[in-house]
Design a protein around this ligand. Structure first.
Ligand code: AMP
Ligand code: MG
Length: 493
């Protein structure tokens, strides 16, 4: 293996300003990515590069292959693996970046700060039994789904590039190895706080909390109790994030506390997938045997994770442990209402409602119950409703649904806004396309089996404007044809 080169090619636009590495050393281990044999840039997000202040021309090719494989470290980068812990399926574990390297923090032309992280870049002190590598399929999957969430307007980490390494990784079979470069407002997780708290040093938790406030919630610094305020702010963001997932049928799949980012972005795309037919018990992940992370359980799980976060903050919130616990509990008790408010606001928009009526929650729930009973497609039902008349799908012909439809029509008539305004509202809140599971699989298979990236590029193009519906998107609306096997996703480790 050749050692990493460290140099800056003129004009690539790197502008690092690394703050995480200034935290106490307990929070990370400095190390370079492990170089790879034969890097090839196979997917590159030129628009994101531009947004970050990078020059797409300079990076789209050999330079990109060298940089996004970790073989060449841009000047100003200070690579490190982050330490963290986490509750995985309810059980506490020490974790850390076992196959990721934080290259540094890029300042955009607007002065915003984004982590640049490699995923699949080799072993670290936190790798435990793992090989530190990633297979191509799961990295492309993260690329597609994270960019789809971005297209849908949902806060998320983003994907800048995928490089194949020219080295196999061994899972059940030998698979092509790959590295994903992702960007995030930060990678501070609930698990980062759990790690600091588990070390038993409240000063480290305070340092991390101050850092998080400074980086993501600077307005809270002046608050009389900034740590309680931090808990409240993170709670509100997560309530809104999960509500937005539910609006589009997204199932994260592995909402462990190490996969909940305090910047409020969706993070760590493993076994995630979108639901077709509405069923709140939908689970895709092969390892989620008890439905802990099912579609409809996501709000409760977020609240559970926030309680783990709150526990780490208790010594900072008040000196008296009981007083601290009751203050934290008070803050977290707002979750249900905050979530419900976000959810109902989103659902009203999905139904073309501008104003509020007391029974709106019942109207929404009755629709969902109808969809559940009739196995109706979540995405297409909402999109079809915008057309204003009853479309052909079988759910729309069922008498219970027809009665619901009349109630909804009456509700629309009770608001002053025009039908056209309602239709526009619906079409900007109900996506026409989501990353349908069979479409994602088709794109991954073409890439991983035939090195054909055109299928994925086409899918990414469609997913970048999911609320539009030009004729060429038509084939992307349909759920997969029924199959004998339910769809399953894997963690992709
Ligand atoms: P994830 O399921 O991606 O959230 O990962 C959970 C933990 O397992 C994290 O600490 C990862 O860094 C670690 N991990 C996952 N895959 C590997 C791998 N191939 N090698 C080393 N560590 C890994
Ligand atoms: Mg993770």
């Amino acid at each position: 293996m050749t050692p990493n080169n460290r140099q800056n090619r003129p004009g690539a636009g790197w502008r690092f300003d690394n703050s995480y590495v200034r935290l106490p050393e307990a929070f990370y281990a400095r190390l370079n990515p492990v170089p790879v044999r034969q890097p090839r840039l196979v997917v590159f997000n030129a628009a994101l590069a531009q947004f970050l202040g990078l020059d797409p021309e300079a990076l789209n090719g050999d330079e990109g292959a060298a940089v996004f494989s970790g073989n060449r470290i841009p000047e100003g980068a200070e690579p490190l693996a982050q330490a963290y812990a986490g509750h995985q399926f309810g059980h506490f574990t020490m974790l850390g970046d076992g196959r990721a390297i934080l290259l540094g923090e890029q300042l955009t032309p607007k002065g915003e700060r984004f982590d640049i992280q490699y995923k699949g870049s080799g072993r670290t002190p936190f790798s435990r039994q793992g090989d530190g590598r990633a297979a191509l399929g799961p990295m492309l999957r993260e690329y597609i789904i994270s960019e789809a969430l971005h297209g849908l307007g949902i806060p998320t980490t983003r994907s800048l590039a995928v490089v194949t390494t020219g080295e196999p990784v061994f899972r059940e079979t030998a698979l092509p190895g790959a590295i994903l470069t992702r960007t995030a407002a930060s990678h501070i997780r609930v698990g980062t706080f759990e790690y600091a708290a588990a070390r038993g040093n409240p000063d480290e938790v305070r340092t991390l909390a101050d850092y998080t406030i400074h980086r993501h919630f600077p307005d809270l610094a002046e608050n009389a109790n900034p740590y309680l305020a931090l808990l409240g702010a993170v709670m509100e963001q997560q309530a809104s994030l999960v509500a937005r997932w539910l609006m589009v049928g997204f199932i994260h799949g592995v909402m462990n506390t190490d996969n909940m980012a305090l910047c409020g972005e969706t993070i760590d795309y493993g076994p995630c997938a979108f639901m077709d037919a509405y069923d709140p018990d939908t689970v895709f992940s092969s390892i989620d045997h008890h439905g802990r992370y099912a579609y409809g359980r996501q709000p409760q799980v977020a609240q559970w994770n926030l309680a783990r976060f709150a526990e780490t903050l208790l010594p900072l919130i008040a000196e008296d442990p009981q007083e601290a616990a009751s203050m934290a509990q008070d803050a977290l008790s707002g979750f249900s209402d905050t979530f419900r408010y976000s959810w109902l606001a989103g659902m009203r928009a999905k139904l073309g409602l501008f104003n509020q009526e007391a029974d709106d929650g019942v109207l929404v729930q009755d629709l969902l119950d109808n969809m559940h009973r009739h196995g109706a497609d979540f995405t297409n039902t909402f999109r079809d409703l915008a057309s204003g008349s009853l479309p052909g799908a079988s759910v729309f012909r069922a008498p219970d649904f027809t009665r619901w439809f009349e109630r909804w029509q009456a509700r629309l008539h009770r608001q002053p806004d025009s039908r056209e305004a309602s239709r526009r509202l619906m079409n900007t809140h109900n996506p026409a396309v989501i990353p349908r599971n069979h479409r994602v699989e088709e794109a991954l298979a073409a890439a991983a089996e035939r090195a054909d990236y055109t299928v994925m590029e086409k899918l990414l193009g469609v997913l970048s404007s999911p609320y539009q519906d030009p004729p060429e998107h038509a084939g992307y609306h349909l759920p997969a044809p029924p199959s004998a096997q339910p769809y399953q996703t894997y963690c992709g480790t």
